[in-house]
Design a protein around this ligand. Sequence first.
Ligand code: ACO
Length: 435
Amino acid sequence: MAQNSITITDNRTQQNYTLPIEDGTIRAMDLRQIKTSPEDFGIMSYDPAFMNTASCRSTITFIDGDRGILRYRGYPIEVLAEHCSFLEVAYLLLFHDLPAKLELKLWVDQITHHTMLHETTKKFMEGFRYNAHPMAMLVSTVAALATVYPEARDIHDPANRLLQVKRLVAKLPTMAAMAYRHSLGFPYVYPDNDLSYVENFLNMLWKMVEPKYVANPILARALDILFILHADHEQNCSANAMRCVGSSHVDPYLATAAAAAALAGPLHGGANEEVVKMLDEIGSKNNVPAYIKQIKDGHGKLMGFGHRIYKNYDPRAKVIKWAAEQVFGVTGRNPKLDIALELERIALEDDYFIKRKLYPNVDFYSGIIYQAMGFKPEMFTVLFAIPRTVGWLAQWQEMLNDPEQKIARPRQIWTGHEVREFVPLAKRNALAVPR
Ligand code: ACO
């Protein structure tokens, strides 16, 4: 019997089954041979919320949640944040290796020259209501790019795929900035090809009447680092949405819109917006103990705390704390930082949080930095979506190139009626309380 195997005894039949173990996993399809009769469907695994199911093989992002480790293509996140630019990291995620000098120059040049939006896309954005949420505008406009680039549907041509990847990475900041300016009623600013990726984004956000926008280098670098930290995070809710929707072979604009929609929820990328709301609600450092008590009594969650994978300090939160100091050196200290630090201090000493291994996640400090930089909370998840688009596209390409992948299609356990006898409308009894 192979050593790397597991033997299961079916107590219904006393039959033994030996299943191979590969990379610490058994294949769910191997369970199907476990049957009580030839007509039996066979055993399935039941895993709501994918708590213990690997859905793919991947070489993009490695996380060891117990030890607080995050690596992109083998490089620790802290090292990349210290030494690289965001576009360098984007290249690494998309093309497996860090670029050489000339490769980086060409890549930056290509992304810079794809930042413009078609004028019809600009008009499309102008149609949104004056108070539309920037994230809803972004999701819809990313999807609308499918109408501008219909050739994107040919996802089987690698060169065509790469062109759409470049367009998406380049145009996300332009769309994000337009969504922001729209919500303020400001005229849109066109991209400036003299500027770096992040400087140009800041230019499209903040430029008013000055002839040339000059970004503060400390703020630009801090945002670049935040983009690096947010670029990918293996099989999270939005990456899973990208892979699942992309597995139907839809074009990358529609798949990216689906992933961005998944990111928008308050349990995922929307949490940074919720953290700032929570800190506003707490109001002052003195109210922190009462707030923590309320959470422990089961009233809501401490936003920006907890993670499905990290059961240790999120390594991104450490770098973000450092970036926050740099930003506050320029903008002045965000008074919410004191409330956040006190929350973290008390929570990390409290049994409730220790027992459940709840630590600050990436969203705990990012919102405070964004707010100090001048962003409204509605923009925070949009700022997350820009770099994460790179991760989604890397996951999408990996899924398409994986010969084991097919259209994603989970199974279910049927808990509904057996076949029912149809009752004509005239003979149906109304419920006592109408639905
Ligand atoms: N505050 C208080 N209690 C919490 C928190 C929190 N933030 N997070 C989890 N818990 C508790 C749960 O109530 C549960 O307690 P119980 O065992 O007594 O029932 C226990 O800790 C385990 O939590 P689960 O909900 O089972 O953990 P899960 O892995 O499903 O959820 C999640 C992870 C969604 C991130 C959760 O921790 C949460 O809602 N956090 C707040 C929202 C947030 O910050 N999201 C951002 C995540 S990072 C990202 O997506 C970019």
